[in-house]
Write a protein that binds this ligand. Structure first.
Ligand code: 5RP
Length: 223
């Protein structure tokens, strides 16, 4: 079956990212349909003899990577204590603006994604053109919250000007992240000052992480 235009763009962006991978690298492996293209193309290179280690940002990505023969390691095994870091992190975005500020977490993996990006020397995100926006915020901002604090945090976020929605699975049950946290999807609309909002969210007790990725992306590749 021929690829949709969006899938063809995702694949093309992933192909550009795979070209940045060198033998022996430790990689951050993102989550979502675009990052999955990267993992699949990486798997092809591994089957041809490329040697890399990958730190997955979700259980889903770990499973995909393993199924393709990619050596999956834990974040703890990168060697941070010895001064080593992840060489290259490749991931997708839900939205990105002209200043490479992004919203992530549509797949619920924002916490591990942000940690893996922060532990990487080079952060390259990939996307189809639909993810490019003038102003962040059309995509509801995911905020990861410890379950104990969900209602409290939702009330504090409501005071910032939006009505958060507790993310649910298709069967209606509460969605839990890989870290067993709740995700609040926050439809802020246009976020004129992402840095100010990020600072406000970080001050709310019970917020584990939010999906504003600011100053983290080194390169943004579009297919
Ligand atoms: C997961 C993410 C994804 O990178 C983001 O949702 C983009 O996904 P896709 O490539 O499927 O559009 O942040 O938490």
């Amino acid at each position: 079956m021929p690829l949709s235009d969006a899938d063809a763009q995702k694949r093309a962006a992933a192909q550009q990212a795979v070209a940045l991978v060198a033998d022996g690298m430790t990689l951050g492996l993102g989550t979502g349909s675009t990052a999955a293209w990267f993992v699949r193309l990486l798997g092809e290179r591994v089957q041809q003899g490329l040697r890399v280690r990958g730190v997955p940002t979700s259980e889903a990505t770990a499973e995909l990577a393993r199924s393709l023969g990619i050596d999956v390691i834990r974040l703890d095994d990168v060697g941070f204590a010895e001064g080593r870091r992840i060489d290259l992190c490749v991931d997708g975005v839900d939205e990105v603006d002209g200043e490479k500020r992004a919203i992530k977490g549509g797949g619920g993996a924002l916490l591990r994604e942000k940690i893996v990006a922060a532990g990487s020397d080079r952060v390259v995100y990939i996307a189809d053109a639909s993810k490019r926006v003038q102003t962040l915020g059309q995509f509801p901002l995911p905020v990861e919250v410890i379950p104990f604090a969900a209602a409290f945090v939702a009330s504090r976020i409501a005071a910032l000007g939006c009505e958060p929605v507790v993310r649910r699975n298709a069967d209606g049950s509460e969605f839990r992240s890989d870290e067993n946290n709740v995700i609040l999807d926050c439809p802020f609309g246009a976020i004129e000052d992402p840095e100010a909002l990020a600072a406000e969210l970080a001050l709310i007790p019970g917020v584990v992480e939010h999906g504003l990725f600011l100053g983290m992306i080194d390169e943004m590749l579009f297919g």
